[in-house]
Design a protein around this ligand. Structure first.
Ligand code: ZN
Length: 166
């Protein structure tokens, strides 16, 4: 599938160890640093052609940022979204779509104004927000709607079960 992708891989500098990693636009799970295994922020610029592979097929939640180069508020919200993608590395993939180059995506999400932010999980729209907002507002919006952290399966009790309680 990725053979036909137009969306290029991106070089991402690991926030933990500064190693440069080549991160593909689509993959199962979330990208990790090849050196230290730290989760990497995942920001992909894509368009109509690859949207299904990049966004719908993602196994982690996706925040779609529908923007345009001529849109002032989009330029404000863009760094905020990138900051959040870094904070939420491994839990959120940021997918940026230029509305002018992606009529299908714009139609699908009934984009009337930009920026339009669409939170998706497993191909379904979870929530949608129109207009720019500051980082704290976006962070609480995302936190509210992202799937709740599944309680880490408690390591099968390290096999210290029955025997310990006499
Ligand atoms: Zn690293």
């Amino acid at each position: 599938m990725s053979m036909t992708m137009k969306t290029p891989s991106k070089v991402v500098v690991c926030p933990n160890c500064s190693t440069k990693n080549r991160v593909p636009p689509a993959a199962g799970g979330a990208p990790r640093c090849g050196n230290c295994q730290n989760l990497l922020p995942w920001v992909v610029d894509t368009s109509d052609a690859d949207f299904t592979s990049v966004a719908d097929d993602s196994t982690i939640p996706v925040l779609v940022d529908v923007w345009a180069p001529w849109c002032g508020p989009c330029r404000t919200v863009s760094p905020a979204l990138e900051q959040l993608a870094t904070e939420l590395a491994g839990k959120l993939k940021l997918v940026k779509v230029n509305a002018d180059e992606a009529p299908e995506v714009s139609r699908r999400f009934e984009v009337q104004a930009i920026p339009t932010l669409v939170l998706m999980h497993l191909g379904q729209v979870v929530d949608k927000q129109i207009g720019a907002a500051p980082v704290p507002a976006l962070r609480s919006w995302l936190t509210e709607h992202l799937p709740k952290e599944e309680a880490e399966p408690a390591r099968e009790n390290d096999s210290s079960t029955e025997d310990d309680r006499q």
